[in-house]
Ligand binder design. Structure first.
Ligand SMILES: Cc1cc2nc3c(=O)[nH]c(=O)nc-3n(C[C@H](O)[C@H](O)[C@H](O)COP(=O)(O)O)c2cc1C
Length: 243
């Protein structure tokens, strides 16, 4: 059994090369309507999208994100923020800075962003999230005039995929390792080994950026490399998670 929506979701892959063609205003408005239609914890609507149309700012953001040049090539680049500043402007006596608000802001904003990705893909567009934005989060904050109680979480490039670059769908972990019944399960190492072989095969045969290695080999390297130790101090500075 399948339907159009599920087929669309299952053929997702990040797009990092775009045609020059800009999006039509109606497309942008439709995508933004889908973004704002998401569920919202306690209906607080604590997310903000900053659409970056100014190419000078775009170039700086690309640089701050580790020279990810698709940020300048994509017709659209949006920055997703968890945002309680709006609420603070309405109610200056608010008790903010609690850990729960960090979770709430991140959860709601990620859900909103995924509606954007799905809506864009349904229009034949492609997208890639840019977590690299947090590499230089202080500079991003200054460049975009982001006030206290607002947290830029990630960016998103959107555009028509370049047909010359057609990335394959990446195989996901076996469902037995991800979806449990009634209680948490320890990892099944045989299935993990099979998955590592599958990923190694995928990496060696995909159309671009071929490499050798499984999935689990990379965990330590990625997690230890992406340390961004400055994030906690940044969160405190912005008025998040001090309580
Ligand atoms: C929050 C988030 C941040 C990401 N940041 C980056 C990024 O900075 N640069 C990039 O090229 N891809 C980024 N990605 C894309 C992932 O690398 C990609 O989703 C993953 O490898 C799976 O590939 P797929 O999306 O093609 O299925 C990010 C994805 C997420 C969800």
């Amino acid at each position: 059994m399948h339907n159009e929506t599920i087929d669309l979701l299952c053929k997702h892959r990040s797009i990092r090369k775009y045609q020059q063609q800009p999006l039509k205003l109606e497309q942008i408005e439709l995508i933004l309507k889908a973004a704002q239609s998401v569920s919202s914890s306690n209906f607080l609507q604590c997310s903000t999208i900053i659409r970056i149309t100014d190419m000078i700012r775009r170039k700086k953001l690309a640089h701050y994100s580790g020279d990810q040049n698709y940020i300048t090539q994509a017709p659209e680049f949006w920055v997703f923020c968890a945002d309680f500043n709006r609420h603070y402007q309405i109610e200056p006596g608010l008790q903010l800075e609690k850990a729960e608000q960090l979770l709430l802001g991140c959860i709601d904003t990620a859900i909103m962003a995924q509606n954007v990705v799905v809506a864009a893909e349904s229009l034949g567009l492609g997208a890639v999230y840019i977590g690299g934005l947090r590499n230089n989060i202080d500079k991003v904050t200054e460049l975009l005039a982001i006030p206290k109680y607002v947290l830029p979480l990630f960016g998103l490039c959107i555009g028509y995929p370049d047909p010359a670059d057609n990335p394959e769908v990446k195989p996901r972990l076996p469902k037995e390792l991800v979806i449990f019944k009634n209680q948490y399960q320890p990892i099944n190492r045989n299935l993990l080994k099979q998955y590592d072989e599958q990923i190694n095969n995928y990496y060696q045969h995909r159309s671009t950026n071929q490499k050798v290695g499984g999935w689990s080999d990379k965990i330590a390297k990625i997690i230890n490399q992406e340390n961004r130790d400055f994030i906690l101090a940044y969160l405190h500075k912005q008025g998040w998670i001090t309580k």
